[in-house]
Ligand binder design. Structure first.
Ligand SMILES: Cc1ncc(COP(=O)(O)O)c(C=O)c1O
Length: 391
């Protein structure tokens, strides 16, 4: 009898382990005795809970109602509220039938890809990338064409144009960016949108961190074009803005034709987005603007504080914004994972290595400091400086 185990998908097996899980295992298996408390800047999570108004609202919900399945593309009230929010924020027309609610921005990306791509198709992905995007392409057998960022970690539409071939289906942009924190200027985003339209592609624009920019002016003018849905698929998250990552709720804006296809995939995956999460998002859109504004200021100040503290340090900040700083490490002879591991073992700083965000990133580390307190930001800077002093 053949006792070997049944085989399984080679593409999934070949896909990397999630970087956050990888470094969490360092913590679980650690026996370091350096005496430092853990400074965890590995995962992009808000360090504060949702406001009590939101949680009290959830306690008032009718359990008989929110425990039922809801519509596949989300509760109509929330789709309407998100459409109004997008229309007001970006000063352009977004209708409720152009909006779907998803199980977070990650699921929105996966659904977009399921609708657009067949195995062997290609996607243009700026590097450094958000690792889950690259992982999902790998799982789906979609080929990434990596687009190097330069000049403040910005991608160029002209360089992207040279990567397009007949199998290219979309270009992905993340702004404010994960991992670099770079905020793409509106005209750069417009150039990518024009390129997508001219070459009959989609621009998948992930704005998970849109509420953590330094301004409330529109991040771009894409929605001002009444025909925006011809080539734009917009992704957003409620996880960070309302501190509800565990509720799994995000959104996608796209053409009704795309959403018709999304409905099929979403029905198989989740049947409906989490109903309690949707209620939390609806409450947030209706009531939490001042709370969001105050968190935005706090995080912006934290970025400034960190950049200032690192000014003459040997770890140089190459870009920062939103939840992140992307720093260049000073060790010529060490790979980024080795540096990250060393920082954890010697100084209790848990970060992610540049190489986890794509090729050519070995000189960098990503520090996600949204879950730190202000005094811990100074402490983080002190430890990074101390690290190289003891080199
Ligand atoms: C760029 C980007 N997109 C999507 C996500 C996932 O967001 P959500 O919790 O809404 O799935 C994250 C979370 O870290 C992210 O950084």
């Amino acid at each position: 009898m053949d006792r070997s185990r049944p085989t399984f998908n080679r593409r999934v097996r070949a896909t990397v382990t999630s970087p956050v899980s990888e470094v969490r295992a360092w913590v679980a298996n650690s026996n370091s005795d350096h005496g430092y408390s853990l400074l965890d800047v590995s995962q992009a999570v808000p360090g504060y809970p949702p406001p009590t108004g939101l949680t009290e609202h959830l306690f008032r919900l009718d359990p008989a109602e929110v425990s039922r399945y809801g519509p596949v593309l989300g509760d109509p009230e929330l789709r309407g509220a998100l459409a109004s929010d997008l229309s007001a924020t970006y000063r352009g027309p977004v209708r409720p039938d152009q909006v779907a609610i998803t199980a977070g921005a990650n699921q929105a990306f996966c659904l977009a890809l399921a609708v657009l791509c067949e195995p062997g198709d290609r996607i243009i992905l700026p590097v450094p990338y958000y690792f889950n995007h690259d992982m999902w392409l790998s799982i789906c057998g979609v080929k990434p064409d990596y687009l190097a960022c330069s000049d403040g970690m910005l991608p160029s539409a002209e360089a992207a144009a040279s990567l397009i071939d007949e199998r290219t289906r979309a270009i992905v942009l993340v702004t404010p960016n994960n991992p670099t924190g770079a905020v793409y200027p509106p005209d750069l985003i417009s150039r990518f949108a024009r390129l997508a339209t001219d070459r009959r592609l989609y621009l998948i624009l992930d704005e998970t961190y849109r509420d953590f920019r330094t301004t409330t002016e529109p991040a771009h003018g894409l929605f001002e074009d009444p025909d925006w849905d011809r080539s734009v698929i917009h992704i957003q998250s409620f996880s960070k803005v309302y501190s509800i990552p565990g509720f799994r709720v995000g959104g996608m804006a796209a053409s009704p034709e795309i959403l018709h296809e999304v409905d099929k995939a979403a029905d198989c995956l989740t049947i409906c987005p989490n109903r309690i999460g949707q209620e939390a998002a609806r409450y947030g859109l209706a009531h939490l603007e001042p709370w969001v504004e105050s968190n935005r200021h706090t995080l912006n100040r934290r970025v400034e504080r960190f950049v200032a503290a690192m000014e003459d340090g040997p770890y140089s900040v190459v870009s920062a914004g939103g939840y992140f700083a992307y720093v260049r490490h000073p060790f010529d002879a060490m790979g980024s994972k080795e540096v990250a591991r060393r920082l954890f073992d010697r100084l209790g700083v848990l970060s992610l290595a540049g190489e986890m965000f794509g090729p050519g990133q070995d000189r960098y580390l990503r520090l996600a400091f949204a879950n730190l307190e202000d005094h811990q930001v100074n402490e983080l800077a002190r430890r990074l400086i101390a690290d190289t002093e003891s080199r």
